[in-house]
Design a protein around this ligand. Structure first.
Ligand SMILES: N[C@@H](CCC(=O)N[C@@H](CS)C(=O)NCC(=O)O)C(=O)O
Length: 226
């Protein structure tokens, strides 16, 4: 019987960061889904920003994915943040860069014009250029050891790759080291298991919606999902 309940929404990349951390640590947890388009009162009462993820820990409540993942990291092995305070701070700083990249990915998903889509791709590529210079040799952000930076980056990489599969935009062009990192993250069992089995269909349905005309108006937009 677990005292952890993750309040979730199926497509949320921030929830996914918490799920990846839980799975890396093999922790038991329950999941409670909320409809973000029709938020229940109990949820609004416990989530100050009306956002998921929320982690219920017994009768206490945590919100904000960075806070939740760091809490999980402190209560269960293996440690995903470095022990050294400076290295830990550096990892937190790079998570900020990656979070900005996740915003770029979202802007791409909801772009209203080709110009907006291209601007979003350029913006994430600027982060990739910086990451290319920072990534260690080895599979993950800090070589062979999977860290919270990797947990933060995986949902962004998935979404960018799903966009790329729908319509090749060359998002990862000229960033071979980042592309290798993406491949390692997308193959990681905790990442694969952090989403529903039909997540790509859910993502495509989302992209198909009115909010994503860039993909919708292009006759070839269905790409590999046709
Ligand atoms: N800074 C927050 C961001 C969380 C966030 O934006 N979650 C989205 C879903 S992916 C949300 O709950 N949005 C509320 C809404 O759509 O009304 C975190 O890291 O936890």
């Amino acid at each position: 019987m677990t005292n952890l309940t993750l309040v979730s929404f199926n497509l949320c990349p921030y929830v996914q960061r918490s799920v990846i951390a839980l799975k890396e640590k093999g922790m038991d947890y329950a999941v409670e889904y909320v409809d973000l388009y029709d938020k229940p009162d109990w949820f609004l009462q416990i989530s100050p920003f009306g956002n998921v993820p929320v982690l219920k820990v017994g009768d206490q409540v945590l919100f904000e994915s960075a806070v939740i993942t760091e809490y999980l990291d402190e209560i269960a092995a293996p440690r995903l943040h470095p022990e050294d305070p400076l290295q830990k701070a550096i990892h937190r700083a790079w998570i900020e860069v990656i979070s900005a990249g996740l915003v770029d990915a979202y802007k791409l998903m909801i772009a209203n014009s080709e110009e907006e889509a291209i601007a979003a791709v350029h913006s994430v590529q600027e982060k990739f250029t910086r990451l290319e210079g920072r990534l260690a040799d080895g599979e993950y952000f800090a070589s062979e050891k999977f860290s919270l930076v990797d947990a933060a980056a995986a949902p962004m990489m998935q979404r960018l790759q799903w966009c790329e599969d729908i319509k090749p935009l060359g998002i990862f062009d000229n960033h071979s080291r980042v592309a290798q990192w993406r491949d390692a993250l997308l193959a990681r069992p905790s990442v694969i298991d952090s989403v529903l089995p039909d997540i790509v269909d859910i993502f495509v349905e989302y992209i198909k919606g009115n909010r994503s005309p860039v993909f919708k108006t292009d006759p070839t937009w269905l790409g590999t999902f046709a």
